[in-house]
Design a protein. Sequence first.
Length: 403
Amino acid sequence: MASINIRRDVDDKFYRYKMPVLLTKIEGKGNGIKTVVPNMSDIARALARPPSYPTKFFGIELGAQVKLEEKSDRYIVSGAHDAARLRDLLDVFIDKFVLCGACKNPETVYNITKTDDVFRDCKACGARSAVDLRHKLTTYIIKNPPPVEKKIKGLKTGADSSIAANAEAINGKSSPAEPEDGADGQANAEVDESEIPDVADRPDDDDDWAVDVSPEAVKAREKALSAQLKNSLILGGQEGEGDGDDDDDADSPYGQLKAWIGESREEGLDEKKVMAKVKELGIEKKHKAVLVISEALFTEEVVKEIPTYSNLLKAMVTSEKHQKALLGGLERLVGLTYPSLIPAVPKILMAYYQEDILEEDVAKNWGTHVSKKYTDKETSKKVRKAAGAFLTWLDEADESDSE
Ligand SMILES: [Zn+2]
């Protein structure tokens, strides 16, 4: 079978990470027409993910129902979809849910925290990158975590003979039963999947599998999901406490800002564009908007990026509360998304300080108070510890001033 680079944007025939070319087969007709991906489990194995994840991803992106027949190794999406479209979607899945956010290597494993954050831990560079918590697949992954993760030793290249062992780890019998998606299954947030009988006990009644793909039905499913997502939103739930003035909805302006930043990055962002978007969303005065910007706008190049956004930040960071949000975003940026930046924390703080965005007193107060508001306690501590050199510098600058 033809095999291609897992990253199709890499044009190197010696690229280590290969996967089979996605194939499709249209079955049925009329209302029951569906697209089978006959080699989904081979692809999933190459990606070290359960086959249900890319299949679900297709369903979510296409607004279609999916059917996971693990026993007979059949992965099905309702409706007729051509192979090129699914291959493109697979690229998106790989980018969002497989590749390391820092080095783009596909050797990552999921790390699902107690607070239902999902990270990709990279085996190549050690970076930990968050997956998009607003994506519906993330909710699915949290509910259906990858089985026996520890046994997955990493990705296998095409010629590797230990694929079978890896496959067993991924598709192993210890995996939780995958409930079949009924007409209201996938998107119905109310379904407690543990109550659904094991799929193996069910007859394979393909013909009963009629899915309402009307726009109304798709909308209804999306609505149900967004209610469910409310609780897993990065800006929502526990983080929202004490901030009753803001709307922590999946559709909140903060969620929208974050999504917009992600989508617009490729075409290039600058402070004018970001300011226009923030104003359009009506959140230019909100401290949470600062949190989103300092967490989601900046990348590994944050030290260089801060000066290029200094006018935007100066306009938006107008109080101590705003500065705290700025630092909260920094905690997330270096603590969760780019752990390789931890040693750069003093430089980042210095950049904010030199641009007159961060005040000395606020920085000092932050540095001496560990908080669980933006990250877990351990990360919060780690980031503050890393800030030591900057805080010491502030103290010393104080002393020399007073002399
Ligand atoms: Zn990496």
